[in-house]
Design a protein around this ligand. Structure first.
Ligand code: TTP
Ligand code: MG
Ligand code: MG
Length: 432
């Protein structure tokens, strides 16, 4: 079993695309008052900055770091490249998040599974990940189970490879803290601590009955096995894209509910058109809303039968929005349909493909000032591509550089300078 996880993923993508930030502390996350750190580059981690910490605390620990809000299109693109590469290596790939996956090496066409063979293979794979992502590094662990492979990939981060030879699993685990076991969170760890159990070695001494008494029946059995490095969970490959979705990011924070409803209605129309083009329909309608402070909310609702009707999808999407507090402003909205079936059936509300409502024409007003989020991609008429270094008091400051340029010059503009605009890549052909 192989487990791969990219190093400081969001921050590494930012350093790749922003040459002036390479080797420097970078923090990606919510940059507003209530923002939370998504991740930090290893340079920033030296100052104690960590995922899930408040940005306020991160700023006090590492004031000289670059604080950037995220660019999800870039993260998604890198993730796709990695997952595609892994799938070319083995049909059994199970992504756990955008930046990590299990790969079953038994299906990978290796001559054998000796330590030397898998080590050479994993080292080569790490190089290919760096190539496929134009410079990101991955850490890899290999072992006889998912559990061991995942533990191993974390042992020599960043840019590391650890292969745990068969038979040495328990020696590796015994000195480790119990939180290394999947499923042992703070609450379970605390219960074990009160019973005097800190390490895996100590946990191994506890018999099954006592373990069940300590952590409950549901958990006890699994923990008993894991403490002995026993884990036979198979790799469950992700099935083909099961949803069709459309989303938009906006360069002003949207606050007008009517406008948001209009945008959802238009997106629902685009989703419906794509469903029909592929002869698909789906039962679950969902919306995605990213607030100004970076929190992303999603809500979904499931119909009794599949639909591909714009009106139905729009109505559900709008009703899902009513439950959400969007008063602080919204910077991304999206509509998706999942639970796809490849037949089309008249849906609950009786809409048919023939009686489509007109898609509304929507102007996003520019009365509110533009949001120039730190880190976002921009393009200037004369200076070309760059990224927002900072903004405020009517001024936006841009550094002109890209992944393939040298560190570039910094210039400031009025926030409404018509020569400057947000830059977005061509949308990927298929959104997951
Ligand atoms: P991780 O793989 O947990 O972290 P990482 O890749 O940044 O760093 P490393 O693996 O080298 O320790 O998460 C992958 C990405 O997921 C991360 O770059 C940002 C995002 N993320 C969050 O947005 N919030 C979080 O709390 C965590 C843990 C990750
Ligand atoms: Mg990672
Ligand atoms: Mg990860």
């Amino acid at each position: 079993m192989l487990h791969l996880d990219l190093d400081a993923f969001f921050a590494a993508v930012e350093q790749r695309d922003k040459p002036s930030l390479r080797g420097k502390p970078v923090v990606v996350g919510g940059v507003g008052g209530r923002g939370v750190v998504s991740t930090a580059s290893y340079e920033a981690r030296r100052y104690g900055v960590r995922s899930a910490m408040s940005t306020r605390e991160a700023r006090s620990r590492c004031p000289h770091a670059a604080f950037l809000s995220g660019r999800f299109h870039a993260y998604r693109e890198a993730s796709r490249a990695v997952m595609g590469l892994l799938r070319s290596v083995s049909p059994l790939v199970e992504p756990l998040s955008l930046d990590e996956a299990f790969v079953d090496l038994q299906q990978a066409d290796l001559p054998d599974l000796e330590v030397a063979t898998v080590t050479a293979f994993a080292e080569e794979l790490r190089g290919r990940v760096t190539e496929a992502t134009r410079g990101l590094t991955a850490s890899v662990g290999v072992g006889t189970s998912k559990f061991i492979a995942k533990v191993a990939s974390d042992l020599d981060k960043p840019d590391g490879l650890v292969v745990v030879p068969p038979g040495t699993e328990q020696d590796l685990l015994r000195p480790m803290h119990v939180t290394v076991l999947p499923g042992v969170g703070p609450a379970t760890a605390e219960r074990l601590r009160r019973a005097g159990i800190h390490t895996v070695a100590e946990l191994e001494q506890v018999d099954l009955d006592e373990l069940v008494r300590l952590v409950g029946k549901a958990h006890g059995g699994g923990l008993f096995q894991l403490a002995r490095a026993l884990d036979d969970r198979p790799v469950v490959p992700e099935r083909e894209a099961k949803s069709v979705s459309v989303e938009g990011t906006y360069d002003t924070d949207l606050t007008d509910r009517k406008l948001m409803e209009g945008l959802l209605t238009r997106q629902a129309g685009e989703v419906a058109a794509r469903l029909r083009k592929s002869g698909l329909s789906g039962r679950t309608v969902s919306i995605k809303v990213r607030l100004h402070d970076f929190t992303t909310l999603s809500r979904s609702s499931t119909l009794g039968s599949p639909t591909d009707a714009a009106g139905t999808i729009a109505r559900l999407a709008r009703s899902l929005l009513t439950d959400l507090d969007t008063s602080g402003g919204v910077r991304l909205l999206g509509v998706g349909v999942s639970g796809l079936a490849d037949w089309v059936q008249e849906d609950l509300f009786g809409d048919t493909a023939e009686e489509e409502p007109e898609l509304p024409e929507i102007e996003i007003p520019h009365h509110s000032r533009r949001t120039w989020a730190p880190g976002m991609d921009v393009e200037h008429d004369e200076l070309g591509r760059g990224w927002v270094w900072g903004s405020g008091r009517g001024v936006v400051t841009v550094r002109f550089e890209t992944a393939t340029s040298p560190a570039g010059p910094v210039r400031s503009y009025a926030e409404d300078d018509p020569a400057l605009r947000p830059w977005t890549p061509e949308p990927a052909p298929e959104d997951e």
